[in-house]
Design a protein around this ligand. Structure first.
Ligand SMILES: C[S@@+](CC[C@H](N)C(=O)[O-])C[C@H]1O[C@@H](n2cnc3c(N)ncnc32)[C@H](O)[C@@H]1O
Length: 301
């Protein structure tokens, strides 16, 4: 769906992959502009759709005309507890379209984008306490190294962390342009956009604890998904994609292949996408932000 808030990615492909039954219970853990949710609702008659989003801005897109729709303003890491509160213990399918929406990205006050000189906030949920500014000004070198390595695959994060720590001994890192100014002299202009995109990704993932939230949510699907129920996840960078790929393959977060006494594989899930599904060139031409999307699907056995 095309709206100003967010243009949904892999819309048709993801809804097909969910294999919706009309009286099923479905969860869209990343409501955003509601594009995926609206499409799911078209396929369910007597079923229910529960959506999650931790950003209060997304609540303005809520679907008020639908009795079979509920939205929960909470991090999806609390999925099982939130569903229990609604009296739901089992679901037929779940979709996650990870990361930030275009709305969040293009808000010139929130600090997600490298293009606007906002305070480095980067919280999806403005009720949480940790901002990007806090991390940049308070994290130890070890912790900065960790986030740049783990959240953005920087092989040698030392010099990035050193330059941040150097800068902040004289002046607080307050805004997006403060942060960019630290590196502008040392990085060739043609590499700057890519570098900053990765740097900002690392900080954003840490602010929102995105990898842990994803892991915790996936782990709970093992209890709440019915057999033949499906999980569809669209991710936008390799750190997330790896978590999803391994969870679907092994059926657990430890990435250990469980086997029974006879050596039979015991994973609870059957992977339905050997290779991830990516947007067609027509979609990428229409919506450049979809270019890094990778969708993976599995089914509970
Ligand atoms: C890429 S957008 C989803 C767009 C949506 N599929 C659509 O079609 O409009 C991701 C949304 O998920 C929300 N989100 C990301 N991580 C979340 C989490 N851990 N818990 C709850 N909401 C989350 C963001 O606030 C954002 O609105």
């Amino acid at each position: 769906m095309m709206n100003k808030y967010h243009e949904s990615v892999l819309l048709k492909e993801s809804i097909n992959a969910l294999n919706i039954i009309s009286d099923g219970v479905y969860v869209d853990v990343t409501f955003g502009g509601g594009g995926h949710s609206r499409e799911i609702l078209k396929h369910i008659k007597n079923g229910t759709l529960i959506a999650f989003d931790q950003d209060s801005d997304s609540l303005t897109n809520t679907i008020v005309t639908e009795k079979k729709f509920h939205i929960i303003h909470r991090n999806f890491r609390y999925i099982q507890d939130s569903l229990n509160t609604l009296g739901i213990s089992k679901i037929n399918g779940l979709i996650a379209d990870l990361g930030v929406s275009s709305h969040q990205f293009s808000d010139n006050q929130r600090g997600f984008s490298i293009n606007y000189d906002a305070r480095i906030d980067m919280r999806m949920d403005n009720r949480s306490l940790t901002t990007g500014k806090f991390i940049l000004n308070n994290y130890s070198k070890k912790n900065l190294n960790r986030i740049f390595r783990d959240h953005a695959d920087f092989r040698n994060p030392n010099s990035i962390s050193d330059q941040i720590i150097n800068f902040r001994t004289n002046k607080e890192i307050e805004t997006v342009f403060d942060l960019k100014s630290i590196f502008q002299a040392s990085i060739p202009l043609k590499y700057q956009n890519k570098f900053f995109a990765r740097l900002f990704q690392a900080i954003r993932i840490e602010v929102n604890d995105e990898v842990n939230s994803l892991k915790e949510m996936l782990d709970q699907t093992r209890n709440i998904l019915v057999s033949s129920g499906r999980i569809v996840v669209i991710s936008y960078h390799s750190v997330e994609d790896k978590v999803v790929k391994n969870f679907m393959k092994y059926g657990n977060l430890e990435n250990s292949l469980q086997q029974d006494f006879f050596g039979n594989k015991l994973s609870q899930f059957k992977v339905l996408t050997k290779k991830p599904i990516t947007p067609a060139s027509t979609e990428i031409n229409r919506n450049n932000k979809s270019r890094s999307a990778k969708m993976r699907v599995c089914e509970k056995i």
